[in-house]
Design a protein around this ligand. Structure first.
Ligand code: F0G
Length: 481
């Protein structure tokens, strides 16, 4: 039963090269989950009245809800995936020595197998890698370009005094426009920035996939071009690589010349173009916690290590337990498995295609990890300053207990000086936790979203009643206008 609906969907190819290297025929159109369920976690059904009350009590901020009051939790794909039996076995193997634990070396070997950087510093999650890196290199007057900074990356850069600059390609800002690599960086704009303010740019970042830009992949061609520009101006290139495996799979599916390249080799090619990376192991590496900062520069690594000791821990555990390092090491082998990636990316498109054919405006083409609803398009009767993304996300919860996340004017509508302005897009992200929900859960989500979309024009705008100075989307409170 599970994923049977995929039988009617376009799966891209019927013959593929598995990790073992041999090409096999795949005569079936149904792409099944390449795992069976090993332990289950009950979810609780609530009434609309209960949900309305719960949401009003937390000021219409979905982060404020108790997870038990959520039926299908698509708030994030971060740390919410199901671990494998082998990952749980790794948890048992975890060695908790303060310094030099074998779990650390297994972790470093697994990271360097895909990303062979000289220095690998474990940290407790992605934003800690950002904090350590930008504490070492960020300062007032500097500017750090990226295709699109994730919110924590932007916040850590701004906290250091530097400026975070987004340089997506123009196609990446048009939700309904089809382009295979809407995550690409605008290389011409990057070159212009380096020409004008080269001395102020300590490094260039590229986020794969581009989460805030709609989970869209970056092409290898684009990464090579960015590398070329960095070389011309003598700048290091860092990847924010949270979703590297999904990006590599989309390269394999969409970029000419990579059809037969194993995903792990595409990842290694990405790594070969960079000088370092920040990473959250809560995404593609299939762990519930963890991350790392990796880089080649010895002197910068030394400064980062010293800072890491101050805030994260000794550099062979970096704020993680040995067992967490084991779970990440094992997850890194599983996330580049091509059967897993085929199912993963196909199941995202399954959701997206159903919504698109139901007339819901969505970001196309479908990328990795999430389907993004175009709330500004669907709720065109609201101005961006009435937070259409937040309104839509709350309506999905009230309707069917589905929790999603606004990625729009609430998250990005205020600059470092506190000035309010509409974000470039108002999206609602339905992020799909890895290996967690079945097709019937997703079919339910499709029903909920299409029901809300049918009465979208009746939804009222929001105003903010309280908000913190930074990262306001986590704790701001709202009222219906
Ligand atoms: N970079 C990207 C592209 C991210 O998506 C995230 C987290 C981070 C950095 C920070 O990593 O959470 O481990 O500190 N994204 C999550 C999300 C929170 O829901 O998209 P972290």
């Amino acid at each position: 039963m599970v994923l049977a609906g995929l039988a009617n969907s376009r799966c891209g190819r019927t013959s593929y090269k598995p990790v073992s290297g041999a090409t096999v025929d795949q005569p079936y159109r149904t792409i099944i989950e390449p795992f069976k369920i090993h332990s289950v976690e009950p979810i609780r059904v609530t009434t609309r009245a209960q949900r309305e009350e719960a949401l009003s009590a937390v000021g219409y901020n979905l982060f404020g809800l108790r997870a038990e009051d959520v039926l299908i939790d698509l708030l994030t794909d971060s740390g919410t995936g199901a671990m494998s039996a082998e990952q749980w076995a790794g948890i048992q193997r975890g060695n908790e020595a303060y310094a030099g634990a074998p779990s650390y070396f297994r972790f470093v070997d697994a990271v360097r197998n895909l990303f062979p950087f000289e220095h690998v510093l474990p940290v407790h999650q992605g934003r800690a890698a950002e904090r350590v890196l930008f504490a070492a290199i960020g300062e007032k007057g500097l500017v750090i370009p990226n295709n699109t900074h994730f919110d924590t990356t932007r916040a850590n850069i701004e906290y250091s005094g530097a400026e975070a600059l987004d340089l997506p390609i123009p196609e990446g800002l048009q939700p309904s426009l089809r382009h295979p690599f809407k995550g690409n960086m605008d290389v011409v704009a990057l070159e212009a920035l380096l020409e004008e303010r080269g001395a102020d740019v300590p490094l260039v970042m590229v986020t794969v996939t581009n989460n805030s830009g709609g989970g869209q992949p970056v092409s290898m061609e684009n990464l090579h071009s960015v590398r070329g520009v960095c070389d011309r101006y003598g700048k290091p290139l860092f990847l924010d690589a949270c979703r590297f495996a999904e990006n590599a799979w989309l390269v394999k599916m969409r970029e000419p010349g990579y059809e037969e390249t194993p995903v792990a080799d595409i990842v290694r090619e990405m790594a070969s173009l960079a000088d370092g990376m920040t990473m959250s192991a809560k995404k593609d590496p299939l762990a519930n916690i963890g991350g790392w900062l990796a880089l080649n520069d010895d002197e910068l690594a030394e400064r980062c290590r010293n800072f890491e000791i101050l805030t994260e821990g000794y550099p062979t555990y970096g704020g993680l337990a040995g067992r967490d390092l084991e779970a990440i090491a094992q997850g890194l082998t599983e996330c580049v498995d091509e059967d897993y990636l085929r199912y993963r990316i196909r199941s995202i498109a399954y959701l997206g295609e159903a919504l698109e054919s139901g007339g819901v405006p969505v970001v196309v083409p479908f990328g990795g990890h999430a389907v993004f609803l175009d709330a500004r398009g669907l709720l065109s009767h609201l101005s961006p300053m009435e937070y259409p993304g937040q309104v839509l996300a709350c309506a999905l919860y009230e309707e069917g207990g589905v929790r999603s996340c606004e990625i729009g004017t609430v998250m990005f509508g205020r600059d470092a000086s506190g000035t309010e302005q509409p974000a470039r897009m108002d999206l609602v992200r339905l992020a799909i936790p890895r290996r967690t929900y079945t097709q019937s859960h997703i079919d339910y989500v499709i029903e909920v979203v299409t029901r809300v979309a049918a009465r979208a024009t009746s939804l009222r705008g929001f105003e903010i009643t309280s908000q913190p100075a930074q990262l306001r989307h986590f704790t701001a409170r709202f009222a219906k206008k």
